[in-house]
Write a protein that binds this ligand. Structure first.
Ligand code: AP5
Ligand code: MG
Ligand code: ZN
Length: 219
């Protein structure tokens, strides 16, 4: 099969993480979530984690040069040779241009940009109802994707908690930041002929089927 170097684009709460995990499993390629990398660092108390937290808690983007360096490093790991999924990166035009340069140096390129489209009201509903496992990071939704036992992770029995940035005020800010700084990437990738827009406001399994359809179609 042809190589899959995929970007998941879309606003906070669109389902990037949910779908990237499923696609990663289906095609056996790594999911690279910059948000997850920052949260892992914070949990481990690294300098990077503390630095990122200051921005994340305010709903702001972490500075481009920090994010780009992390992603460049990650893409050089051997498990990315057979393809990868970028979940939540790039988020600015500066990041997208830097990514092009990094991939060019590696003699590869992005093959698909999956753009998940969801209305603002639904995004707020999804983010405020999201719960994540404190131990393994698995994601649930109180209404749309509940665990079998309330407050407990199906996968590992860990405690389910709310992300610090999923409180209403921070969610509104994140959505505004998305519209200003990340939305221009839709045009950026449309111009490159890579953009595939998916209706993200369907049940999780239907969104998954649509994405698989796009990935199987050409390239
Ligand atoms: P990050 O962790 O990437 O957060 P985000 O982009 O705001 O996106 P989310 O993870 O909140 O949403 P998602 O699209 O993954 O949705 P999910 O699948 O969980 O970034 C956090 C912060 O880190 C940023 O604010 C920034 O500070 C920093 N950062 C990260 N990357 C950066 C970068 N490149 N540059 C600068 N700073 C960066 O789904 C959401 C909920 O909905 C879940 O509860 C889920 O169960 C539910 N759900 C999913 N799909 C469906 C469906 N189809 N129907 C119903 N419910 C659904
Ligand atoms: Mg996510
Ligand atoms: Zn768990």
């Amino acid at each position: 099969m042809d190589i899959l170097n995929i970007i998941f684009l879309g606003p906070p709460g669109a389902g990037k993480g949910t779908q990237a995990k499923k696609i990663a499993e289906e095609f056996d390629i790594p999911q690279i979530s910059t948000g997850d990398i920052f949260r892992k660092n914070l949990k481990e108390g690294t300098e990077l984690g503390l630095k990122a937290k200051a921005y994340m808690d305010k709903g702001l983007l972490v500075p481009d040069e920090i994010v780009v360096a992390i992603v460049e490093d990650r893409l050089k790991q051997p498990d990315c040779k057979q393809g990868f999924i970028l979940d939540g990166f790039p988020r600015t035009v500066v990041q997208a241009e830097a990514l092009d340069k990094v991939l060019e140096k590696m003699k590869t390129r992005i093959t698909h940009v999956i753009n998940l489209q969801v209305s603002r009201d639904e995004l707020i509903d999804r983010l405020t109802g999201r719960r994540v496992c404190k131990s393994c990071g698995a994601t649930y939704h109180m209404k749309y994707d509940p665990p079998q036992k309330s407050g407990v992770c199906d996968k590992c029995g860990g405690l389910l908690i709310q992300r610090d940035d999923d409180r209403v005020a921070t969610v509104e800010k994140r959505l505004d930041v998305y519209e200003k700084q990340t939305q221009p990437l839709i045009e950026f990738y449309k111009n490159k002929g890579l953009l595939r827009t998916i209706d993200g406001q369907q049940p999780i399994e239907n969104v998954f089927a649509d994405i698989k359809g796009e990935l199987g179609s050409d390239n």
